[in-house]
Design a protein around this ligand. Structure first.
Ligand code: SAM
Length: 292
């Protein structure tokens, strides 16, 4: 029997056989550490009750481990040059389907309906292409689908932003966008030498799971996002200063902002990074109430 796809020798042999060269523009850093792969599958709690969507299978390093544990695996790969490679490496696994697809363009509800039987919970597990980590997460979180868990590798710096708490340097609009509806946990970190080629940054596995209830009640998501992003636009300035920039053009803006801040019980002199998600939600409601 063959060694795992992710073993350094087999990865090298596969790439040579197909004359495949990794492409920077697709964020191709392949995992060659089987211990890390086992730990990713364990962190995701992947088992026979799960249908798994993998984003970016590469040559199949992680896909192989998912195939062994999961009920069904659907792998979306943007790079057409990898399809013949995957056809060969995935041949022994009859529960894996590979689709040549840009995940950001994917109609996920339609793909789930087409490829899965609807009798299993759906999980996402991936070693993400780092250049589009945030767009991919937003695409997953905004899609009208029921995902039981998202277990993804990303650069450590982005993982710190996802897990950050108020009043820390990494806390910002990304932390808030994700934590509003999801529990976010850092599972473990991974050294850059576990990949071929080695990326310039270290990595971390993050596990996201849906909260039973959102952390705060938000009715107007668009206005909420606008407020949060605008509040962090100039991080070192006060909340008041950022709100001025955001709503300053409205008539009576100063008085109305003051009124909303008072109603939300928030001092204008604080910085956005001190506000909890609940406070942002509260502030947004009060800004809407005064017409901003
Ligand atoms: N899963 C493999 C592994 O762990 O060795 C490869 C991970 S590599 C970091 C990222 C993979 O995502 C590459 O195979 C790359 O071609 C693919 N990819 C990049 N952009 C993508 C996109 N927009 N949609 C789908 N796959 C993409």
């Amino acid at each position: 029997t063959l060694p795992p796809i992710a073993s350094p020798a087999r990865t090298r042999a596969i790439m040579e056989e197909f004359g495949f060269r990794t492409k920077k523009q697709f964020g191709q850093n392949f995992l060659t550490n089987t211990d890390v792969l086992k730990r990713i599958v364990a962190a995701g709690g992947v088992g026979p009750d799960d249908d798994v969507i993998e984003i970016g299978p590469g040559i199949g390093a992680l896909t192989e481990f998912l195939a062994v544990s999961a009920h069904q695996v659907l792998a979306l790969e943007i790079d057409g040059n990898l399809l013949p490679v995957l056809a060969q490496t995935m041949a022994p696994y009859h529960n894996v389907e590979v689709v040549n697809q840009d995940v950001l363009q994917a109609d996920l509800p339609a793909m789930i309906a087409e490829h899965f039987d609807g009798q299993h919970q759906v999980k996402v597990v991936a070693n993400l292409p780092y250049y589009i980590t945030t767009p991919i997460l937003m695409h997953l979180l905004n899609a009208p689908i029921d995902i039981a868990g998202i277990t993804v590798m990303m650069q450590k710096e982005v993982a710190s932003r996802l897990t950050a708490r108020p009043s820390t340097k990494d806390y910002g609009s990304l932390s808030i966008a994700v934590q509003l509806n999801m529990n976010v946990e850092l599972a473990f970190t991974v050294n850059r030498n576990s990949f071929v080629p080695a990326p310039n940054v270290d990595s971390a596995i993050v596990v996201l799971s849906k909260r039973a209830e959102p952390l705060a009640e938000v009715e107007d998501h668009e206005a909420f996002t606008k407020l949060v992003k605008g509040s962090f636009a100039a991080r070192r300035k006060t909340l008041w200063n950022n709100l001025q920039r955001l709503y300053g053009k409205a008539p009576d803006a100063k008085a109305l902002i003051t009124q909303a801040l008072e109603a939300a019980n928030i001092a204008p002199s604080v910085r956005a990074e001190t506000l909890t998600i609940q406070q942002f939600a509260d502030l947004q409601k009060n800004l809407a109430a005064v017409g901003l």
